[in-house]
Design a protein. Structure first.
Length: 145
């Protein structure tokens, strides 16, 4: 299946409606490509748009009652600027009940809770049980997996 690019707010709204606002979903896997490499002449190279993160989600809450619904979706963040992925937490389950998806200062921001505030990200704490997973990137594409 081809990737669908997010260009404007209507595209974001469509993604959110197609995946039920990520309600009752979870991050199943993450695949990261740094964009850096050493070529055959031992030269270090880096392409910022080649820095990519693909998150695969599974959901138990289908938005559509038809046989074409797929429970898995992939988000491809291109030109990755920042990732903050939270794994195991005491007394918390990995279930996503809602998500934040927005344009912010020329970037696309996704977070695992709709209460996420990109203006108030704590970067001084190494670990806190209430932290959120979030991604900041230049572009976003998605597809059903």
């Amino acid at each position: 299946m081809d990737w669908i690019r997010i260009i404007n707010q209507d595209d974001m709204d469509y993604l959110m409606s197609e995946y039920n606002g990520f309600h009752d979903s979870c991050i199943y896997s993450a695949y990261y490509i740094s964009g850096a490499m050493v070529d055959e002449e031992d030269c270090m190279k880096w392409e910022r748009d080649d820095c990519v993160l693909v998150l695969k989600f599974d959901s138990q809450s289908p938005p559509h009652d038809d046989e074409f619904y797929k429970k898995s979706i992939e988000l491809k963040f291109i030109g990755l600027r920042r990732i903050n992925l939270i794994g195991y937490r005491d007394n918390y389950f990995c279930e996503i009940l809602s998500c934040h998806l927005s344009f912010y200062d020329g970037f696309i921001v996704w977070a695992d809770d709709d209460s996420f505030d990109p203006n108030n990200v704590d970067t001084t704490t190494l670990y806190d049980e209430t932290m959120h997973s979030f991604v900041v990137a230049n572009r976003l594409e998605w597809r059903f997996a």
